[in-house]
Every structure is written in structure tokens, then in C-alpha cells.
Write a protein that binds this ligand. Structure first.
Ligand SMILES: *Cc1c(COP(=O)(O)O)cnc(C)c1O
Length: 364
């Protein structure tokens, strides 16, 4: 047996390699366009960037040479005030992505089952694979609502341990209803509700307020989208105490950097500014919807998040994505069977929308 074959865990050797997103400067060079010309509507990032107080906190931070607080004490206190949950139920991570990974590493032994409801965010199935877990797929229905009976059937047939739900769902933009969650929380598994986009949905604290009332509900959040901190990597979980206690044992002590913790605290202090930007983005999403629908080759879906999923008709979605890219407008395309006829467009600034619409009109 070769050395690599002896060393690498078989479940990893069998994984498909991950295609990383190209850095902006590399893509700009490849397209022959200056970076400033690119209209980046492919990753649901916040075009208004961090809050002024977050920028100031980053510029003035005196302790970059000291390791960060492993207990995230000040950030958790600020999050407790923001979410209404006690600090014992709050744990921070290097993005919500780290919390997805930690929850799976805590619960999933090779062979254990996780339920995934595509089309949805890719990290649930990716991280399950890294743990050697089995992904049981229960696709959403044609209108992208959950197949509740299908989930219940698979949960019991496969003795699934974790169910991931996303609200608003990425990339379909639709919400999970209270009645649906109520029903699914009766299953004997951990329900992880990913609320990465909840600030755009106009539903207040969403299901974050339910944590603690149900022993099997965990809610994940992030500063990447509403607070414009995607590049700093900071998110958090609202968790039942038993789950938080176990996750504390396995997280890396210095998982959230000094910069990320300080910027997140300052973002919460500056939340009026950030929520005004969220309102701008939501208004732009609503303005864009009928303008996209007026194009003969797009059928946009309503969305409660900061992006719009559009079915592409009369031409391959991939070609549309590439034609927009040649004009410097970046949108998200998925080659997966469920989404091959769709593109996802992030809602940005009015100027970005103008560039997007101009590019789309050249393609009629
Ligand atoms: C963007 C996104 C995340 C990732 O959040 P980070 O905090 O940047 O890791 C998590 N879940 C969903 C559904 C997302 O779209």
C-alpha cells in the first residue's frame, strides 16, 4: 500500500475535490477588466460593507499581538442583548460555517445519517462527508417547500441524527413556517435551523427565540451578510445548553480572531446603521424583481433574503452566467441537477442593479 493510501482516511480520499471560488483580482485579469468594473452579485455579500464603528474598532484595536478571548465574553454579552438568549446558549465561530462543522464533528460517526433538503446551502452535505457521515437527501418539492412526509420517513428509516433547515433558504429565498418547524421538532433528532439571512426576512429574531424551549433545536447566525463582515469570519449559534457545553469542549480556543470579535461587537453597537443598509438591500430586491421578470428569458422567484433565484428559459443558464461574466457582472450558477436551469443574483446597490440590467438587456 502506498504511503498516501495508508495515511489518508478512505472517506476523505473518496471525496470530490472542492472547486474554490476565484479571487476577484484573478477573475478580473482573466476577463481583461479592472477589478473596480466587476459587479459582484454572486456570493450574497453586503455591498455597503462593515458599519463605520466596526471600521473604527478595527483601525484602533491595540491588542492584535495578544491571543483573542476564547470565551468570546464581550461578544456573547452583546449577542445576548441582541437575541434575547442567555449567554450560556451562545457560542461563536469563525463564521456559521465553523459551527456547522463543529456540530457535525460532535455528533456524526462514520456511517451516521444527516438529512439534507436540496436545493440548499452546500456546506451541510460537504461537512457531513468530511466526517464520513451519510447524507440522506430529501429534495424540496417543485415550489421549493419542504417534503415533510419525506423527511419523517427518512428520519425514522435511517435513524438520522441531524436535520439541516435553512430559512430563508439559500438559494431559493423561501421561509420555513412555524407550523413546519413545530412538526419537525417532534422528530428524535437535532434540528439545525440556519438563519444566515434572517435580518433580511422581516421576521424579527426568527426561530432564535425558540431556542431553549425545545431541547433539539439549534439556530445558526452570521455577521457575513447583514453586517458586511464576510471577510472577517464570525458567526454564532443559539444552542440548547447541553449542546453548547459539548461544543465548548471541541472548538479551537482561538477560533474567532481579535479583529472579528471587535468588529462584531462594534457592528451590534452600530446596528441602526446596518439595519438601514439591510432595508436598502431589501428595497433593491423588491425593485429588481419585476424588472427581472420583464426579461423574456428570466423567471425570478420571490425572496425573503438578499438574493433572487431566477429560472432561465429558452437558453442554458450556464451560458447566461458566462455572457454576464464577460461584461463583468458576476452571478451564481450551479451545475447541480436541481438547479441547472437557474441563476442566483444577489441584491446589491442601485448602481449595481443598473449595471446588471444593462448587461441583461444586451442579451435579449
Ligand atoms: C453564507 C451562508 C453561511 C455562511 O456563513 P459564514 O458565517 O460566512 O460562514 C451559512 N449558511 C448559509 C445558508 C449561507 O448562505
Amino acid at each position: 500500500m502506498s504511503l498516501p493510501a495508508r495515511l489518508i482516511r478512505p472517506v476523505i480520499a473518496d471525496l470530490e475535490p472542492y472547486t474554490p471560488i476565484l479571487p476577484l483580482d484573478v477573475l478580473a485579469a482573466r476577463l481583461g477588466l479592472p477589478v473596480e468594473r466587476l459587479v459582484k452579485l454572486d456570493a450574497n455579500e453586503n455591498p455597503y460593507g462593515p458599519a463605520p464603528r466596526a471600521r473604527a474598532a478595527l483601525a484602533n484595536e491595540p491588542f492584535y499581538h495578544i491571543y483573542p478571548d476564547p470565551g468570546h465574553t464581550r461578544l456573547r454579552a452583546a449577542l445576548s442583548a441582541y437575541t434575547g438568549q442567555p449567554v450560556e446558549r451562545i457560542l461563536c465561530g469563525a463564521g456559521a460555517d465553523e459551527l456547522i462543522d463543529l456540530i457535525l464533528r460532535l455528533c456524526i460517526d462514520p456511517g451516521d445519517t444527516v438529512i439534507d433538503c436540496p436545493p440548499t446551502f452546500g456546506m451541510y452535505s460537504f461537512d457531513t462527508g468530511v466526517c464520513g457521515g451519510q447524507v440522506a437527501t430529501v429534495p424540496r418539492r417543485a415550489d421549493f417547500s419542504l417534503d415533510l412526509e419525506g423527511i419523517e420517513r427518512v428520519a425514522s428509516a435511517r435513524k438520522a441524527k441531524i436535520l439541516f433547515l435553512t430559512t430563508p433558504n439559500n438559494p431559493t429565498g423561501n421561509l420555513l413556517s412555524p407550523a413546519e418547524l413545530e412538526q419537525l421538532l417532534r422528530l428524535p433528532l437535532l434540528v439545525v435551523v440556519d438563519e444566515a439571512y434572517i435580518e433580511f426576512a422581516g421576521v424579527g429574531q426568527g426561530f432564535g427565540a425558540w431556542v431553549g424551549r425545545h431541547e433539539n433545536l439549534a439556530v445558526l447566525r452570521t455577521f457575513s451578510k447583514w453586517a458586511g463582515l464576510a471577510g472577517l469570519r464570525v458567526g454564532y449559534g443559539l444552542l440548547p445548553e447541553w449542546l453548547a457545553e459539548q461544543l465548548w469542549k471541541i472548538k479551537q480556543p482561538y477560533n474567532v480572531s481579535v479583529a472579528a470579535q471587535e468588529a462584531a461587537i462594534a457592528s451590534l453597537e452600530d446596528r441602526a446603521h446596518l439595519l438601514a443598509n439591510v432595508a436598502r438591500i431589501v428595497a433593491e430586491r423588491e425593485r429588481l424583481l419585476p424588472l427581472l421578470a420583464a426579461l423574456p428569458f428570466l423567471q425570478p422567484l420571490p425572496s425573503a433574503a438578499n438574493f433572487i433565484l431566477c429560472r432561465v428559459v429558452e437558453r442554458p443558464a450556464r451560458e447566461l452566467k458566462l455572457a454576464l461574466e464577460r461584461q463583468g457582472v458576476l452571478v451564481r450558477y450551479y451545475s447541480t441537477p436541481l438547479l441547472r436551469d437557474y441563476i442566483r443574483i444577489s441584491a446589491g446597490t442601485p448602481e449595481q442593479s443598473t449595471a446588471l440590467l444593462q448587461a441583461l438587456h444586451t442579451l435579449i
